[in-house]
Design a binder for this molecule. Structure first.
Ligand code: G3P
Length: 217
């Protein structure tokens, strides 16, 4: 499973990139707001930092305007992935932009039927939002499983990009189901390394090592 970082915080991306844990980045208008940076400037900085795709989202609602915005965002760097909302206009724009050779990410997906439409539109990625379904007492992971089955039934090449991930457990479940990618806030990716028994075991090893009086270097 590829790891995308869901943030426009360049310092956080750099930290995870140094760890070798960044296969791509996803942003959205809310994350740009949170960064308090100009969208073109910050997106360019991110694109220069990471090798993988960097999703930048259009904000227009009509297909023609989405095309204009999408092509403009794609001028930022070669690794831009144009993010479009899962609306009929978004799907129309997706089909056209994919046909022009751009990478596309169809976002705000909350149902298997929406994901089926995105695959038919040739989306590079479909972004089902797990956490926001969980918020409504609907199991977001069931949606990932449904999409996995549908895409596998027909050999769709659209990659499932599990989004709105809120916990390390979400990462594990997405991987078990077979999501192609998971995008998560930096803190969630770092939290995957945590285990109380690791901390406890390390503490005991270090205490015993001290008692040996030895040094490795
Ligand atoms: O990947 C989409 C993400 O940015 C939305 O996350 O936590 O606001 O539902 P959240």
């Amino acid at each position: 499973m590829k790891f995308f970082v869901d943030t426009a915080d360049v310092d956080a991306i750099a930290e995870l990139n140094d760890l070798g844990m960044v296969d791509g980045v996803t942003t959205n208008p809310s994350l740009i707001l949170k960064s308090d940076r100009d969208i073109v400037e910050v997106t360019k900085e991110i694109c220069d930092m990471v090798d993988g795709p960097v999703s930048a989202e259009v904000v227009a609602l009509e297909a023609d305007a989405m095309l204009t915005e999408g092509r403009k965002l794609a001028e930022i760097a070669d690794n831009i992935c144009i993010k479009l909302p899962l609306t009929l206009d978004g799907l129309k724009a997706c089909k056209i932009l994919t046909g022009e050779g751009y990478k596309t990410n169809v976002t705000l997906c909350f149902s298997a039927n929406q994901a089926l439409l995105a695959a038919k539109a040739g989306a590079t990625y479909i972004s089902p939002f797990i956490g926001r379904l969980d918020d409504l007492n609907v199991d977001g992971m069931d949606l990932i499983a449904e999409i996995r089955q549908i895409y596998d039934n027909y050999g769709f090449e659209t990659q499932i990009l599990a989004a709105s991930i809120r916990s390390a457990n979400h990462m594990k479940e997405a991987a078990l189901i077979g999501a192609d990618v998971a995008t998560a806030p930096p803190g969630v990716i770092k939290a995957m390394a945590n285990h109380v028994l690791t901390d406890k075991g390390l503490d005991a090893f270090l205490k015993d090592w001290e008692k040996t009086g030895q040094k490795i270097v």
